[in-house]
Design a protein around this ligand. Structure first.
Ligand code: NAD
Length: 412
């Protein structure tokens, strides 16, 4: 029997409970979700008729602040996956020590099959259907897979049509609507800031390393850009259509331009075409999964040659895959730490919206680096002190903080 994604995330939580040592009532509260809404979203098709899809918003735990988490548009975004991703947000926000709880949203749809007008109509209908659960101090969505700043602008507009001008209702907005300079790049940059801190602590020379990145969307393309800026060789990248490899290093700015011009990654000159599976098994120093979940599993983890796996994606590694990597001595920078730059950047954007004030990007990046490095060092210290791996340390530290807040608020 296959384990559901939410069950897999709860396996990490369960292990963290045994490290931290907490009561059963807390276990019950923290391995289930607080509130779940499932809504019908009818989308008028431009050529007539309706496409009726399902949307979800799951609020996992709000002890430390308003619920926070992205909205994903994907055919596989079912309730179980959204629950799992909401739970990850609870541990991530606590680990990064930002005043949010954990939530996630998903609409089960393939946006590639929709026109721009249909995508806008879907976004507005979905937002209004869940709007009674949202609010700048209640629940604040953000972009995730297949959603972007434009989708956030439509969400903000739909919510504001009822509640009045409310930029702080979503983060990851366009700069013209209260978006924060630096937010779009924040998740990818955060991955690199953590990688730099890890190499410094573990005495590894990052400048001499080679990197393969699965996924070249928001997270993957910014990881590549930041590494390229530092002069570190990105030798392979991929997207849903396949990957490319060049042993001497890829021209990252040219790849970004290529995609912006509507040309596929495989149009790049002097590259070898590879599959997503082959990318994972390349002989590189660092592997950054930055696409979907469940890509490193018990059945393929043994083929991974990288020394470090820095998880840009959420839940890219199953518990079975994690065990194989640990046994091989691969160092893991777990999702709740490595991709925490996104929600940290969202926190900066939210605070600026509330104050009606804008930071310069330099300040945004400095504060982001400080938060990421602080979280990395805390996890690495915890791992050493408790003799556990980085993932278990990250979950345990997050769990300790959430449990304290739950108790202090008298929730259980
Ligand atoms: P995105 O939609 O911008 O990009 C996703 C990328 O993955 C695209 O290049 C797409 O082609 C590729 N992809 C899709 N299906 C694939 C497949 N089957 N095989 C290989 N590649 C595939 O999404 P994103 O915002 O970059 O998110 C990527 C991951 O990072 C997700 O797991 C998301 O939850 C996580 N994440 C995102 C943020 C954020 O701020 N956007 C923050 C934290 C974590």
């Amino acid at each position: 029997m296959t384990t559901s994604v939410f069950e897999q995330v709860n396996r990490w939580v369960e292990e963290a409970f045994s490290v931290v040592g907490l009561d059963d009532d807390l276990y019950e509260v923290l391995t289930t979700t607080y509130r779940e809404i499932s809504v019908q979203v009818p989308v008028p098709r431009e050529d007539g008729g309706y496409l009726v899809v399902r949307g979800y918003r799951v609020q996992h735990n709000g002890a430390r602040g308003p619920y926070k988490g992205g909205i994903r548009y994907h055919p596989d975004a079912d309730l179980d996956e959204v629950r799992a991703l909401a739970s990850l947000m609870t541990w991530k926000t606590a680990l990064l020590d930002i005043p949010f709880g954990g939530a996630k949203g998903g609409v089960q749809v393939d946006p590639a099959e929709l026109t721009g007008a249909e995508l806008e109509a879907l976004t507005r209908r979905f937002t209004l259907a869940i709007s009674h659960l949202l609010g700048p101090y209640r629940d604040i969505p953000a972009p995730d897979v297949n959603t972007n700043a434009q989708v956030m602008a439509w969400m903000m507009d739909a919510y504001s049509s009822r509640a009045g001008y409310s930029p702080a209702i979503v983060t990851g907005k366009p700069l013209d609507l209260g978006g924060a300079p630096g937010r779009e790049a924040a998740t990818g940059r955060g991955v690199v800031y953590v990688l730099e801190a890890a190499c410094a602590r573990w005495d590894l020379d990052l400048s001499a390393m080679t990197v393969a990145i699965q996924g070249f969307g928001n997270v993957g393309s910014w990881v590549a850009t930041e590494l390229d800026r530092l002069g570190i060789q990105v030798v392979a990248v991929s997207d849903a259509f396949g990957g490319i490899h060049r042993a001497g290093g890829l021209d990252v700015p040219a790849l970004r331009q290529q995609l912006a011009d509507g040309r596929p990654l495989t149009d790049a000159p002097e590259v070898d075409r590879i599959t997503n599976e082959e990318l994972l098994e390349l002989d590189v120093d660092v592997l950054v999964p930055a696409a979907l979940g469940d890509v490193i599993r018990g059945d393929n983890a043994d083929g991974i040659q990288a020394r470090i796996v820095a998880e840009g994606a959420n839940h890219p590694t199953t518990p079975e895959g994690d065990k194989v990597l640990a046994d091989k001595g691969v160092r893991i920078l777990p999702d709740v730490l490595a991709n925490g730059g996104g929600v940290t950047g969202s926190y900066f954007e939210w605070t600026q919206n509330i104050q009606q004030f804008r930071w310069k990007e330099e300040r945004f990046n400095e504060e982001l680096r400080a938060k990421m490095v602080e979280a990395f060092e805390a996890v690495a210290d915890y791992a050493e002190a408790h003799q556990v791996g980085m993932r278990l340390a990250a979950f345990s530290l997050g769990l300790e903080r959430v449990a304290r807040a739950v108790r202090l608020r008298g929730y259980v």
